[in-house]
Design a protein around this ligand. Sequence first.
Ligand code: URA
Length: 210
Amino acid sequence: MSDHLTVVDHPLVQHKLTLMREKDTSTAVFRQLLREISTLLAYEVTRSLPMTTRSIETPLCDMDAPVLSGRKLALVSILRAGNGLLDGMLDLIPSARVGFVGLYRDEATLKPVQYYCKLPGELDNRLVIAVDPMLATGNSSVAAVDLLKKAGADNIRFLCLLAAPEGVARMKEAHPDVPIVTAALDERLNEKGYIVPGLGDAGDRMFGTK
Ligand code: URA
């Protein structure tokens, strides 16, 4: 654990993650667990949001009560697997703006190729949370954050379900200013770029594709 990497070791997160890792967990259950776990991760990744106060009247008296300050935050899904984290996060942060970055991984080079980008406006001074369940090589995460910075984002956090040490190191080298929040730091990548022990292909498991 460091300032750059936060592993959310909450018992509910860890239990749900174990169920998701199991190869016989069905698509429907995997999806439901992902929704639940992403709500818990959203809670952690927004822990240090800036606050201000507002004068309100309770039935008993006036008070200066805490509220979030600043612009609405933006969630940016790295397609397609990032979409699996959105519903659970939006359950908790319904007013968040949502953007999409389409990057696929070239299976031969493991390098990201961009095919889509649609982002909310005024990314500066907004907390932007880039979401992708798997931080594997880090290539697509680094490319997505490059793109967000070019679009004006200056306060970015990266949220994932599983991270490999290789991906964390790559992000730290390229974007030391972007904290990473994850449910687990796994052992390594295999020769195909999959996280080990991991959970397999997150997109395939949540969408029931192969
Ligand atoms: N993407 C996945 O879906 N799974 C991995 O293990 C690595 C990248």
